[in-house]
Design a protein around this ligand. Structure first.
Ligand SMILES: Nc1ncnc2c1ncn2[C@@H]1O[C@H](COP(=O)(O)OP(=O)(O)OP(=O)(O)O)[C@@H](O)[C@H]1O
Ligand SMILES: [Mg+2]
Length: 392
């Protein structure tokens, strides 16, 4: 990884630091990378080290926002809590800080207020004069900037300060890279863990319940008392119901795996295949319109989750044997999904219950400019309509 500002220099700033004490302090600060602590804690330590290493009165670290034009976060050292509260909102990335975001190179100034880009300080902000800012890159992109103000005992920061802090910025970038990697690994383990539990439940628990049910059924022949027979039959029915519930739970927790390159159409078909296989539903499906090209990723995620909830409702509540799913994509902005089942038909009074599923479906639709409705069908069963007006 290379800092934008040092890309052309043949000697790394690290090698230009001559004072052995500063070099030692710099190395100590860089060893923070190995410390296994949270990112915000490490970032704060980086600012503290920067302030100390450069002999500055104030230090801060700004994290660039998603648009890459302003600041999303701001960690400060040297300004007390009351003053921060009096200033109000943290800097958004205007003025010289904004310049560093747009053009990430080290900047050293004797007086920040004299820079042509200076935006001035808000009321309550302590006066600051000399300034040193260096960029922090992570994963090949600008992550943020490290800022220092008011060199103590001298009028301004010097070249060696810039080299030391530049190197610390490099270390900060590595910390961010490492923290992101750890977070990604954690996420991966978590989803693998879910899949593993789901498979386990399915393979062991369901098989066992199924076996118990079968042996109970065969023992029915051996029992003569009608009352005992009745009880055994009820127990078998209970087991069947339990198996069905477990299957639905597994279906609900195992989110469809996103294989890279797999389009929305294939994911919808996979989900319905899973429903047919695991839940024993007969599935009819009609997909119409440019599903793979016109529907954005966020919208596709909402659609898949909405469909999963609709299917799980049919299995849990409808007692249906058939489900009919139709999805029509009508660019530039419309998508309509209808889910029909041939079950008992929804009781309108059930909508006031504690369930969250249908409410979530409505929220997802509204988020995308649409609406969701559910109704009993005249011929029996339930019809759910989920319509949206934004495909991205
Ligand atoms: N396809 C359907 N057929 C019959 N009744 C249904 C159907 N879908 C939903 N219902 C009824 O509507 C109620 C509310 O559904 P909703 O999805 O909001 O909650 P839930 O499924 O009970 O719980 P959750 O989704 O939070 O796990 C259900 O409890 C059920 O009585
Ligand atoms: Mg539900």
């Amino acid at each position: 990884m290379m800092l934008p500002g040092t890309a052309s220099s043949s000697v790394s700033p690290f090698h230009r630091v001559e004072d052995p004490r500063r070099l030692q302090a710099l190395i100590d600060a860089m060893l923070l990378i190995e410390a296994d602590v949270d990112l915000p804690v490490v970032l704060r330590k980086i600012v503290e080290s920067a302030v100390e290493l450069a002999g500055a009165r104030y230090g801060a670290l700004g994290v660039v926002d998603e648009s890459g034009t302003g600041l999303a976060e701001f960690v400060t050292v040297g300004v007390d809590g009351d003053t921060i509260a009096a200033i109000g909102s943290p800097p958004e990335g205007k003025g010289v800080l904004g310049l560093l975001v747009r053009d990430p190179h080290p900047i050293r100034l004797a007086d920040i207020s004299l820079h042509p880009d200076a935006a001035g300080f808000p009321p309550g902000h302590p006066p600051m004069r000399s300034f040193l800012g260096v960029p922090i890159s992570a994963g090949g992109e600008l992550y943020g900037n490290l800022y220092l103000c008011d060199k103590q005992g001298q009028a301004e920061f010097n070249q060696e300060d810039e080299d030391v802090i530049g190197t610390l910025g490099l270390a900060a970038g590595l910390v961010v890279d490492k923290a992101r990697l750890v977070a990604r690994l954690r996420e991966l383990t978590l989803s693998e863990e879910r899949e593993r539990i789901a498979r386990n439940l399915h393979d062991t628990v369901i098989q066992r319940l199924f076996a118990v049910g079968l042996s109970l059924q065969s023992s029915l022949r051996l029992v003569e008392q009608p009352e005992a027979q009745e009880r055994i039959s009820l127990a078998v029915e209970d087991l069947d119901e339990t198996i069905r519930q477990i299957r639905t739970t597994i279906f609900a927790i195992s989110r469809s795996k996103r294989r890279s390159g797999q389009g929305l159409r294939a994911q919808v078909l996979d989900l319905l295949d899973e429903a047919a296989g695991r839940l024993g539903l007969e599935v009819k499906v009609t997909l119409d319109g440019p599903m793979d090209t016109a529907v954005g990723e966020a919208c596709a995620e909402h659609l898949l989750l909405a469909l999963r909830e609709a299917v799980s409702n049919v299995v849990r509540h409808a007692g249906a044997s058939t489900i009919d799913v139709r999805i029509v994509v009508d660019p530039p902005s419309d998508l309509r999904m209808t889910v029909y089942d041939d079950g008992v038909g929804i009781d309108p009074a059930a909508l006031g219950g504690p369930g969250r599923g249908l409410a979530n479906l409505g929220e997802r639709a509204r988020l995308l400019g649409g609406a969701c409705s559910v109704a009993r069908r005249p011929g029996g069963g339930t019809e759910l309509a989920w319509e949206i007006r934004r495909l991205s």
